[in-house]
Design a protein around this ligand. Sequence first.
Ligand code: GLN
Length: 239
Amino acid sequence: MSTESLRIVWVYPDLLSTYGDRGNALILARRARQRGLPIEVLEVRSDQRLPATADIYLVGGGEDGPQALGAQRLIADGSLHRAVAQGSVVFGVCAGYQLLGNSFFAKGTKCAGLELLDITSDRGETRAVGELTGDIDARLGIPPLSGFENHGGRTHLGPDVSPLARVTAGVGNDGASEGAWRGKLLGTYSHGPALARNPALADLLLRWATGIHQLPPLDDTWSDRLRSERRAAVAAARA
Ligand code: GLN
């Protein structure tokens, strides 16, 4: 932790917040406070300078135009690169995931990414919309991913990153793998408040940020029920 309280930055809520991305900040803050960890959440708009000393940066989803603008401003700002060099955690969702990579397409144009993750996104022939589930990389030690995706791009992973999950329903990166991670950077196509549906993923980010390996367990009955319900619905739809 950089200071006496955990600092979370929600990056550019004016551009990158298509699917209730605020939920990810709320979940992290709640789960930290329930463990007695002091936490502050800063919302930094795209016309403001990003602090380079926060513990966790949340980069959300967005339509093509805001995504391209967000990437340009983050590259010009440079603070996210400095934060990553100092060991900060970054969680990217959909557009926010794509723009962490080498390049992505927005409105038919190839755009430069931040080159923080070794991924490249191009255009898919169809839009991937619907439930997204997958078995998460065993090294991360968390239960299967359950989420919702809505994206046109397809993402290809380079040798410097690992897939977050193996797809069991939906498309993710390319129909086979979903998301990517390296060090304390993690991106997913699972949308919006992905952390509400995947509390273990929220705790993984908190563990990375605090260095606390054993966070006290919380009552996740409701999110567990929702995840089981959605997984059963996906299984029923495929039967
Ligand atoms: N514009 C990107 C795509 O369609 C990301 C969309 C999103 O964040 N939902 O691939």
